[in-house]
Structure formats: structure tokens, C-alpha cells
Design a binder for this molecule. Structure first.
Ligand code: HEM
Length: 364
């Protein structure tokens, strides 16, 4: 693993255009075998991921990524709560991995969620991302089999006028504006696990994934002004509706108290950015790093496309859970989306000094 030597790669870097996210289940049926299998998989994946990220080749006869550089490849590995139970490591289970509660608007498919292990592969190139994900899958066999996978995409750096600009989602909004900034104290507190969990997770983080289908046909029937009221930001440049339209920019802070001459809130009471604002959730923040997905048409020729929401946080119980509870009950966006899958993974810190990922967990 590279990253910054403390945290795993694939979290703070600018997200490359391609994501291949694969969740796995161990095949072992008893705790001792499961623990040995988990150790073996993580011992194998750690150097393999390091080699792939450096643009090296793994032994084997794949040639699908020949002639291509690493294309910003990152590999981020996670552990689900189930794997700790399966491997007899319940006494090391972080409270932060408590199952997410059911939310009122959930329409979850369990076959597309959960999992003992997760591997998020990101790269600028789709062949590089596929090849790396596939090779890691081969290396995990026969100890682990893939449970579900999700491909995601963002605009490419090559096509973007400014590759560092906030990317747009499939509803056309700038998505990621009010994220904590990596490298700041706010980010560190929001994202990295502290001393209130097991030692093996110190410096790690927790990843919530939600496959959120966008009901794009209904969304498209809204006027642009209607769409802006759902979010609370201008669609063209992401400026908050509360600001002076002539001078506001994406980074102008929203003022949630501003009203029109007749007393109506300019950022409506049910606007997404109002209800998700940290001010209403004890100041707690999360770091969103979602990808768009497009899984074609369903049986009724309706697009199955949307947001593969990913949020890194120090504790989902005080970040994702209260925010999603509020959004599910009141968010204007709820009429235009459907949460179809959910997962939660512990993302351990990067291994130290030639060790393997989560070694302190497995060798205690
Ligand atoms: C398809 C579903 C979603 C869409 C299209 C969406 C879109 C957006 C957009 C356009 C913004 C404003 C720009 C920004 O700050 O990034 C935003 C902000 C935000 N969203 Fe979402 N979002 C979705 C789901 C969620 C979910 C499930 C959560 C968490 C439970 C969430 C949490 C947030 C937060 C915390 C902010 C920042 C609010 C602020 O402080 O201004 N979003 N979202």
C-alpha cells in the first residue's frame, strides 16, 4: 500500500474516473479456518495491491492492461462486521461497525449489499481498473468469493476543463462542494478513527456505501428552478440560493436563515443541503466520495442509474446515520431517488513497515 504511509490510498486523492467496487464473502465455515483464510487473503492482497499501484505486473497470464500505466490506480480494502464474527474476532469488533438501522425510504436488495471484505479499485482508465480488480479477485480465491460488485464513473481528467473542479453527478449537480478538506484538522476529526475504538483501527476510517438509484425521468420533468430548490444550490455553478446571485460562487457559504420579502426561506425547509448541514447534526461531518453508476435499463426500459454513494467517516453512528435518518424523513430529494443497497466497512490504516493490512487485528 502506498497512501501517505498512515492511511490507505484511495480516500483523499482526487477521485480518478473509474471505480470497480467488489465485496466478498469468505467461504470458510468455522472460525479457525475463517481466521486463517482472512489472514491469507490480506497477506496476499497487501503486496499485490502495492505492485499494481506501482504499475508492476503480478505473476499470471493476464495481458489486459499491457501497454498501460497505473493510471492513478488505488486499492482500498475494507472489512465488514460479519468477517470479524466469522473469524471469531468479536472482541475486536468496533462499535462503529454496528449495523446501520433501517431507514423509512429503504428499498434494499441484500444481494447487492453487505459483505465480509471490500476492495475499491479506482483508476483513470477502465481497463486498468478492471484488470486490477480481477487479479485481486483471482488471488482471493478459493478463500473468498465475490458477493456483489459495482462499477462507477466520474468525468475523466482528460475531458475536464479543470480536473480539480467538483465533479457533477447524473442529475447534473456539482456534488462534493461542502466536503471537509483533506489535510485540515476538521477532516482529520471527521474521517480518521481515533482512540474510541479498537487499537487495530486507529488511523483507519469507516466507509458507508449506498447504491442510490436516481428516478431520472421524474427529475427531468422539474424545471431548473425546481431542481435548484430541491438541493438549495444553483445548478450552473453550485452557488447557494441564499447568496447574491451576481457575486455568489460555489464556495460562498450558504446562509440558511435568509428569507424572501414575503418571509419564505430562500433555501427551502426541505432542501437537501439544509437537512444535511452539519449544523443540524451536532457539527459532525463525513467525507463523500461517490461515483455515478449506469447499469443500463430495467425490464420496463427505465434507466437503472444513479449515485454509488460512498462516505468515509470516523463514526457512522454519529455521522451517516443521523443525517440519513433526517433525509429519509424530510428531504425533497427523496421523491427522486431510491436507496437500493447498503454496506458498511472498516477501512484499517495502511500497514506499517512491510506488514500486511490489519495485521494487528489478526496477530493479537
Ligand atoms: C442520489 C443521492 C444524492 C444526491 C444526488 C446528492 C446531491 C448532493 C448535492 C448536489 C449536494 C450539494 C453540493 C455538495 O455540498 O456536495 C449535496 C450535499 C450534501 N449531501 Fe448529498 N446527495 C445525495 C445523497 C446524500 C446522502 C445519502 C447523504 C448522507 C446521508 C448526503 C449527504 C450530504 C451532505 C452532508 C452534504 C453537504 C451539506 C452541507 O453541509 O452543505 N447526500 N448532496
Amino acid at each position: 500500500m502506498t497512501g501517505d504511509g498512515t492511511h490507505q490510498p484511495g480516500i483523499v486523492e482526487r477521485p480518478p474516473a473509474q471505480l470497480v467496487f467488489t465485496a466478498y464473502d469468505l467461504t470458510a465455515t468455522d472460525p479457525a479456518t475463517a481466521r486463517a483464510a482472512l489472514t491469507s487473503v490480506l497477506r496476499t492482497w497487501t503486496p499485490a495491491a502495492r505492485t499494481l499501484m506501482a504499475g508492476g505486473r503480478l505473476p499470471g497470464n493476464e495481458h489486459d492492461a499491457d501497454g498501460l500505466g497505473p493510471a492513478g490506480l488505488t486499492v482500498t480494502i475494507g472489512l465488514g462486521a460479519t468477517v470479524l464474527g466469522r473469524a471469531g474476532l468479536d472482541n475486536q469488533l468496533p462499535g462503529q461497525l454496528a449495523p446501520l438501522p433501517a431507514f423509512s425510504t429503504d428499498a434494499l436488495d441484500p444481494a447487492r449489499g453487505g459483505g465480509d471484505l471490500a476492495v475499491a479499485v479506482c483508476a483513470e482508465d477502465p481497463m486498468v481498473a478492471f484488470s486490477a480488480a480481477r487479479q485481486l479477485q483471482r488471488l482471493a480465491s478459493p478463500h473468498a468469493r465475490a458477493r456483489w460488485s459495482q462499477r462507477g464513473f466520474l468525468r475523466t481528467a482528460a475531458a475536464a476543463t479543470d480536473p480539480n473542479a467538483t465533479p457533477r453527478n447524473l442529475m447534473g449537480q456539482l456534488d462534493g462542494t461542502n466536503n471537509p478538506t483533506p489535510g485540515t484538522a476538521t477532516f482529520d476529526t471527521a474521517v480518521w478513527a481515533g482512540a474510541d475504538g479498537p487499537a487495530w483501527m486507529a488511523g483507519g476510517t469507516y466507509l458507508v456505501t449506498r447504491r442510490i438509484r436516481m428516478l431520472l425521468d421524474g427529475w427531468d420533468r422539474l424545471s431548473e428552478a425546481g431542481q435548484e430548490h430541491v438541493i438549495g444550490r444553483r445548478k450552473t455553478d453550485g452557488a447557494p440560493l441564499s447568496a447574491d446571485p451576481d457575486t455568489a460562487t460555489e464556495t460562498t457559504p450558504p446562509d440558511l436563515a435568509v428569507t424572501t420579502a414575503d418571509g419564505a426561506l430562500v433555501i427551502p425547509a426541505n432542501a437537501h443541503i439544509r437537512l444535511a448541514n452539519p449544523a443540524f447534526h451536532g457539527g459532525v461531518r463525513m467525507f463523500r466520495r461517490g461515483y455515478s453508476y449506469d447499469d443500463g435499463l430495467d425490464a420496463t426500459a427505465t434507466p437503472d442509474a444513479g449515485l454509488f454513494f460512498q462516505a468515509y467517516q470516523a463514526d457512522p453512528r454519529t455521522a451517516f446515520v443521523p443525517v440519513q435518518r433526517t433525509l429519509a424523513s424530510s428531504d425533497a430529494l427523496t421523491a427522486f431517488i431510491q436507496h437500493t443497497a447498503s454496506a458498511l466497512f472498516a477501512i484499517p490504516p495502511a500497514p506499517r513497515g512491510g506488514g500486511y493490512l490489519a495485521q494487528p487485528l489478526l496477530e493479537t
